[in-house]
Ligand binder design. Structure first.
Ligand code: GLU
Length: 479
């Protein structure tokens, strides 16, 4: 049956995160694919918040997800649409399905369901709902028990095979005998105020939404593959056109196990805080499961131009922090220095360091960015401009020797008068070296240790020129 709409209408994709935590990297990747696919085909991209897990959904998570989407620049044309604001619609569809015989009320208590599973296990069978409340011609249903609020189950077809051509994995078939009549609607909790609507389950709400929102292509993680046959059956029961599905393999951690919180950062927010640039995250996430030849570095515009749903990897990709750092270093080098200055300023503020001088921050970004792979590293370099440094005892002992101290004093005097720029500082250093018959490798580390708190920096005249003259003179005061 060719009832997909994927090829015939305007492309409409969506991302449907559950607000039970931060935006996960895996979800960010499928968001990126969905977004790029819609942009590539001149379609629309929808953001839907799947907040039906009332106990675990929080407003704070919604906020984090929206902020991460914004930070990544994944702009949506519609949404955010909240499932909990659509309960009436789900109830209307359930009523239609009950009337049409594609859904039915089930009054089994949790104890009965436990007993059912127990008996199945004892017989060595797979546990599944046994259909005892499923109406059938000539079948007599049990008497409706008093005081039990029913769930509503989908009457899944009992025979046949569900087949779809997955955009990522290729053809997939699952027999209807493998799947049972899933719950699509739960009653309102006991004691809820009269009129409280029950909440639909994921597999049902997702179908009503994808149908109502005219979604043509669904990209999501392959942990949902087992849900897709149910969803396809529900689409068909509703007479709704099917979207095309693409299930992306999970992301593995660098230890080869599923990327998870227990083994490091998994949220977009964590990488934002760790000083990664959004364009680097997009580039890295895009490559993690998709390729354009062997191109590793590309802009988001190029990705949109190239991303047509082909070349998606079938097997899991491994999260590679070193490669992400390399990609980020590339984008830091490319980034405008005033933008980096602003980011470093925020980073320093989060450490309690006020760095108001944007010009100084910008010049620091120009000088240090080539050696940094994150904004955090750039802030590490820049911090010395704004807070006193404490040189290590060993560095002081090694570099600030009695042999060098007289030259340091001459330098300090020279710097008090020198034109305050790289050339002026270089000339003052040369003069101090000449006066004391020393070589640069003796003087420069001593200056670095005293002014910067470390013995290695980029060219010392360039570094000193970043500081206010007064700061340098004061740090050289101790000799
Ligand atoms: N709320 C589901 C999730 O976060 C969405 C899955 C889907 O895209 O259908 O996994």
């Amino acid at each position: 049956m060719n009832d997909t709409i994927g090829n015939s209408t305007t492309v409409r994709t969506r991302i449907a995160p559950s607000p039970t935590g931060f935006l996960h990297l895996g979800t960010a990747r499928t968001a990126l694919y969905s977004w790029a696919y819609a942009r590539h085909f001149g379609g629309q991209f929808v953001l839907r918040i799947e907040d039906t897990d009332v106990a675990r959904s929080t407003q704070d998570s919604v906020q984090q997800i929206l902020e991460s989407m914004h930070w990544l620049g994944l702009t949506y044309d519609e949404g955010p649409i909240y499932q909990m604001q659509r309960l009436e619609r789900y109830h209307a569809v359930v009523a239609q399905m009950i009337a049409a015989g594609t859904a039915y009320r089930c009054y089994c208590t949790p104890e009965e369901l436990d007993a059912m599973r127990e008996a199945q296990r004892a017989r060595g069978e797979k546990t599944r709902y046994d259909g005892r409340w499923r109406p059938a011609p000539g079948k007599v249903l049990p008497p409706v028990p008093a005081g039990v609020q029913p769930v509503v189950r989908f009457a899944n077809p009992e025979h046949g095979v569900v087949t779809w051509d997955d955009l990522v994995k290729g053809p997939i078939s699952i027999s209807n005998q493998e799947i049972d009549d899933l719950i699509i609607l739960r009653p309102a909790p006991e004691g809820a105020p009269a009129g409280t609507l029950g909440v639909p389950t994921y597999n049902f709400a997702v179908v009503v939404d994808d149908w109502d929102m005219r979604i043509t292509h669904v990209f999501r993680g392959d942990e949902h593959i087992n849900n897709t046959p149910w969803q396809i059956n529900i689409f068909r029961a509703l007479g709704a056109p099917l979207p095309q599905f693409g299930h992306c393999p999970i992301i593995l951690g660098d230890d080869g196990l599923k990327l998870s919180k227990r083994r490091g950062a998994v949220s977009v927010t964590a990488y934002q805080e760790a000083g990664y640039l959004p364009e680097a995250m997009l580039n890295y996430l895009a490559r993690l499961g998709w390729s354009h030849g062997d191109t590793e570095l590309f802009t988001v515009d190029q990705m949109v131009q190239w991303f047509d749903g082909t070349h998606l990897a079938k097997s899991p990709a491994q999260w590679d922090p070193a490669k992400l750092a390399w990609v980020n270093a590339h984008y830091i080098k490319q980034a405008d220095d005033t933008r980096l200055a602003g980011l470093v300023q925020q980073q320093l503020a989060s450490r309690g360091v006020q760095a108001a001088d944007l010009d100084m921050l910008t010049r620091a970004a120009t000088l240090f960015k080539d050696r940094c792979s994150t904004v955090v590293e750039l802030a590490d370099w820049t911090e010395m401009l704004f807070v006193p440094v404490a040189a290590g005892a060993e560095d002081l002992q090694t570099h600030v020797t009695d042999a060098v101290k007289p030259a340091l004093r001459t330098l300090r005097d020279g710097l008090a008068e020198a034109p305050w720029d790289k050339a002026g500082i270089a000339a003052a250093m040369k003069a101090a070296l000449a006066a004391h018959q020393l070589k640069m490798p003796q003087l420069a580390p001593a200056v670095r240790v005293l002014v910067c708190g470390r013995a290695q920096t980029p060219s010392v005249d360039a570094v000193l020129a970043l500081f206010a003259r007064e700061t340098v003179l004061q740090r050289l005061q101790s000799v």
